[in-house]
Design a protein around this ligand. Sequence first.
Ligand SMILES: Nc1nc2c(ncn2[C@@H]2O[C@H](COP(=O)(O)OP(=O)(O)O)[C@@H](O)[C@H]2O)c(=O)[nH]1
Ligand SMILES: [Mg+2]
Length: 512
Amino acid sequence: MRRAGGAAPGIVAEAHRLIGAARAALATEPRPRAMLAECAGRLDQPLRVALAGSLKAGKSTLLNSLVGQDIAPTDATECTRVVTWYRYGSTPSVTAHAGDGARANVVVRRGGGTHGLTFDLDRLTWNAPAPREVDHLEVEWPAAALADTTIIDTPGTSSLSREVSQRTARLLTPEGKQSIAVPGADAVVYLLRRLDAADVRFLERVGAGTTAGPGVSGLPGPLGVVGVVSRADEIGAGRIDALHSARDVATRFAGELERTGLCQAVIPVAGLLAFAAATLRQQEYAAFEALAGVPVDELSAALLSADRFARPDVVLPVAPELRAQLAERFGLFGIRMAVTLIRLGVRDSATLAAELTTRSGVDELRSVLDVQFGQRADQLKAHSALTALARVLTAYPGSAADTLLPRVRTLLADVHGFAELRLLGRLRTDELTLPPADLAELHRLIGGSGIAPHLRLGLPVDAAPSVQRDQAVAAVRKWRARARHPLADQFTSTACLTAARSAEGTLSLLPG
Ligand SMILES: Nc1nc2c(ncn2[C@@H]2O[C@H](COP(=O)(O)OP(=O)(O)O)[C@@H](O)[C@H]2O)c(=O)[nH]1
Ligand SMILES: [Mg+2]
């Protein structure tokens, strides 16, 4: 039976089987054996999502807001220059890893209030004779949000230092000598504040894949890429409707980015506001209430800059230290937004927190991440594992494992869930010659709004099975016919065929 994602049965089981066969055939070769063991292990671990984008794009702040805890150090200090993994662990611990597998415990300090943890990398005691250079850090933390997803914070793709940005590139798209390494991430959230050439180059590299030695060129990088227009509150220059203008900007970005076919969705998010809202304190709510009583002009004048807002000689019914804290945690836009919401009738801190969270865009991002990554975790993981397997098999030819390669390639090319994800990424490019309504239907059918049958079919959750079947059968017919249309170009007809197969997969899941 086909699964909801439209994947072939048990893609993870199939990947396990192939990796197992390769391990048996390459049992006497230590390096591929170790890589294959890693590949197999990853299939059973949480999905790995990397946050990428330029320095100060807001990655670490967004990580904190997604996790709901202040763990990732923000602002470019030394410890934000290494790739850092945040994974679930029942007790907090931080470990430094060297490229050769050596480890060291890291002493952790709490930064000054709002800046996450501070990792002391100067005095590391390695479990190896000589000191090592830190390759990456692993933070284990008891946060529910990390149970299904490991989040990887990266130092930035167009950092001031080439060395630093190369660490991120290595993680996402291993190249040259590292090209047979197992890719670090299964999916990417890419943060941008504007569309610049460096971002486009980077996204193209992730999307186009890398040259991984003879015969494997063009293997794709991570399949899932979602774009975030970050620090969205700053885009409207602090106007009260900043998130609306940010949405316009994001829509323009979305248009540009989607035409490049490199992202599956683009969402504006104010990560700073999202985090502050999630951790709103009663004292802060009381401060917003007090500020709501200040005449509008007076407050606007005080809010011209963060410095001005916190100045002791500016008279406001909130102590200057608390004002400084509000500015740091919420940003000026967040303060204006909170005060306006209270003026409009919000009466308690829980409601205010919920309103601010919605307006930050983080809820929308969570639901997109769920649709694009969470519901397809098996496919994304299997894709990483099979890609890595293909690289290993190509790099170590001459054993019985050679016979596995054609099957691995076929799976990478044919698995329907992979096809859906690739198509989701390219749907809004100009290449597709379909009317908007059909485009929307196709997007839905291939799982763009979720992979449950009723979502794919555009029906209410309680639609009768017979209605769902009829709808699915109609969709199969319609999209098969579209695919055969004599005027359809190659890309469009392949896309229509993908939709038809999604409809067939959905049909096979329905009772009766
Ligand atoms: N106004 C505003 N500032 C933000 C937001 N997100 C991050 N920042 C600030 O931008 C700076 C860089 O953020 P950081 O998360 O360290 O960026 P990274 O280098 O991409 O990890 C910090 O001073 C953050 O407080 C946001 O949504 N709104
Ligand atoms: Mg950072």
